[in-house]
Write a protein that binds this ligand. Structure first.
Ligand code: ACO
Length: 337
């Protein structure tokens, strides 16, 4: 948990970048794969299309594009980066980590590395860790990345999940500042009792892929995301709303001080319910779910990068970031740009 007392240092966002693969999967494409319709998907989720990687493109490939853009906008050199935090539940390999692979790919020779697994709330977790490091004085320049190749863990026979997910990467450069900007407050929370509302039963050490393959579990999509969507929906609305109010209070603000909300893009109905609970107008909530779907940990930095590029977010704005995902995990962060 971050603090409402004034730290000596804060973590300021000095650059952002994002990447989505060129191939697009539309609702019309999905109509040909499962029993669904463009009308159902649009009204129930707000999604029109999502970007999907080719077999050859990896998460690290996407993340490298996003990082290069963030580093350039921050005006850093590769050797300036002191820590790389990658949020992902779809790493290229179980070993080495995506963060180590990114370090090598981008020549970030002076950086430490870590991967964080908190599903769709992963970026908020990474940013919160980075902020704490910078506030403590240990590091000055940290890259936080959210990247997912969700298409590899999506069951394209399950209409309840395959319509939701897309692939993407987002990266943010955080730098020490002594002025009144940066991450003002962060809050993270989980409820492990609800882990099986959204999980991948097969592929870990408890149920290795090879054994599950022999048992026929793979054919049933057990190596993919399994979700009780309507339950996850209810928890997402309640917990993200509570987390939002908590960080606003921690920062000594009220909802009217928030200039823009950048929520995890999971479902337009979740986003609308949150907006109404916070009493905010539509123009104060950034939405791009229609074009990208749910990209899990990439969703918040992807939306943030777009909002910065299109000047929907500007210097001095108070930005409320919210996310919720498998675990169950959730978090919020209030950042002054
Ligand atoms: N097309 C047509 N009908 C469908 C589809 C589809 N693609 N999917 C489900 N349905 C049907 C169901 O079979 C059901 O039919 P029935 O009433 O005859 O049984 C009906 O629609 C309603 O199903 P619900 O699952 O109750 O639909 P709901 O309104 O809850 O929408 C959704 C489903 C979109 C998945 C929603 O629950 C949701 O967005 N949940 C939250 C997802 C989320 O936030 N996940 C967290 C992050 S993900 C991560 O961490 C990786």
């Amino acid at each position: 948990m971050s603090n409402s007392t004034q730290p000596k240092y804060r973590a300021k966002i000095v650059g952002a970048g994002s990447y989505v693969p060129p191939d697009i999967l539309t609702n019309a494409d999905l109509e040909k794969i499962v029993d669904t319709s463009d009308e159902w998907i649009l009204t129930r989720t707000g999604i029109k299309e999502r970007h999907i990687c080719t077999r050859e493109m990896s998460g690290v490939d996407m993340a490298a594009h996003a990082c290069r853009a963030a580093i350039e906008k921050a005006n850093w050199k590769a050797e300036d980066v002191e820590m790389i935090i990658v949020a992902t539940v779809t790493p290229d390999y179980r070993l080495p980590s995506n963060s180590c692979m990114l370090q090598e790919r981008l020549g970030l020779v002076n950086a430490g590395t870590m991967d964080v697994a908190a599903a769709c709330a992963g970026y908020i977790h990474g940013q919160s860790i980075a902020s704490a490091y910078i506030e403590s004085g240990q590091y000055q320049k940290i890259l936080v990345i959210g990247v997912e190749k969700l298409s590899t863990i999506t069951n394209y026979k399950d209409r309840g999940t395959c319509i939701l997910f897309g692939d993407a990467a987002g990266a943010v450069a955080l730098e020490r500042t002594t002025d009144d900007t940066g991450v003002l407050a962060s809050f993270l929370k989980s409820d492990g009792r609800l882990g099986k509302l959204l999980w991948i039963p097969v592929g870990g050490t408890h149920s290795p892929y090879s054994e599950a393959h022999e048992a026929g579990d793979i054919d049933n999509g057990e190596d993919c995301l399994n979700m009780v969507g309507s339950e996850v929906f209810k928890h997402a609305v309640r917990q993200m709303g509570d987390a939002a109010l908590k960080v606003i209070e921690m920062a000594g603000m009220t909802t009217s001080d928030v200039d823009m909300v950048v929520p995890h893009q999971a479902n337009i109905r979740i986003i609308d319910a949150l907006r109404k609970r916070l009493g905010l107008p539509e123009e104060k909530v950034y939405v791009n779910i229609d074009r990208f779907g749910n990209t899990s940990s990439a969703s918040v930095p992807l939306a943030l990068d777009e909002a910065l590029t299109t000047k929907k977010i500007n210097a001095g704005d108070n930005v409320l970031m919210l996310a919720f995902g498998g675990g169950l995990t959730w978090g919020a962060s209030l950042v002054r740009m």
